[in-house]
Design a protein around this ligand. Structure first.
Ligand code: GLP
Length: 251
């Protein structure tokens, strides 16, 4: 694991955006895996800015988002699909038919997950997977559990995860769906490169589970230690529980 620690959340987000922009320069027709969530906002702001400056061309790129709430069709304002439209897709030149999502409104969830997997495979697999991490070390919506699933599937959300997402539902926990569709950890590990970003003290314990050599389904992000090309980008607060604490932060 390649670890980079930055002084501020903003610097960390800029580094993650720069990693995506560099990938697009190397391979304009890259297949990207993308997260949602608070942490991604500053990354998407920076990507939109880079795009405006001519530094990030998405015209040949395809994107696959990690997850979606069950019961929310893509046109629902509370869906992750709507989140992505607002915060990234409406601000860049990504063609509409290059946007790939698990459809939370699908009737047959298993068939929808299989279609999603087929679409990733048909485009040659993910070149770069950008990941956030939950405070309980979930990745996508792969929650801590006795077992993890390799491929995309329907999952039950942890109460902590539903709480963390309540702001999308007017702060009402009872309105947050109990289930979601998510990319599986095997599909994530098939990506040619992974960049994970975590900022803030509340992520520090989860970040610790990616280091130290112990892999457990109770800390899903720990499986990333099996991948040979992972970059972890942190701010100082998210890094505070790492044994290396005290290292110099990058400017
Ligand atoms: C969310 C999403 C993840 C995201 C993570 C962190 O629930 N399902 O894809 O990476 O949890 O979110 P945040 O950045 O808001 O802390």
């Amino acid at each position: 694991m390649n670890l980079r620690v930055f002084r501020t959340e903003e610097d960390a987000a800029h580094a993650a955006a720069a990693a995506v922009a560099a990938q697009l320069l190397r391979k304009p027709a890259s297949i990207l895996g993308l997260p949602t969530g608070r942490t991604s906002l500053a990354i998407y702001d920076e990507l939109a800015r880079l795009h405006e400056l001519g530094g990030a061309d998405f015209s040949e790129t395809h994107t696959f988002n990690l997850d979606e709430f069950v019961g929310l069709p893509s046109n629902d304002a509370r869906s992750y699909c709507a989140f992505m439209q607002t915060h990234l897709f409406s601000r860049i030149n990504l063609p509409g038919d290059h946007i790939h999502f698990l459809n939370g409104g699908a009737r047959d969830h298993a068939a929808e997950c299989e279609r999603f997997e087929r679409d990733i495979a048909a485009l040659g697999g993910l070149d770069l997977l950008l990941l956030g991490i939950g405070a309980n070390a979930h990745i996508g919506f792969n929650e801590p559990a006795r077992t993890l699933r390799a491929r995309s599937h329907k999952t039950r959300l942890a109460i902590a995860t539903r709480r963390a997402n309540a702001s999308l539902f007017g702060g009402r926990l009872d309105r947050v769906p109990r289930e979601a569709l998510t990319m599986g950890v095997g599909t994530m590990l098939d990506a040619r490169a992974i960049v994970l970003i975590a900022t803030g003290r509340e992520k520090a314990r989860a970040v610790g589970s990616m280091f130290g050599g112990r892999i457990t389904t109770e800390r899903p992000a720990s499986v990333l230690q099996l991948h040979s090309n992972v970059e972890v980008i942190l701010d100082l607060s998210a890094a505070e529980k790492l044994p290396q604490s005290g290292f110099d932060a990058q400017p």
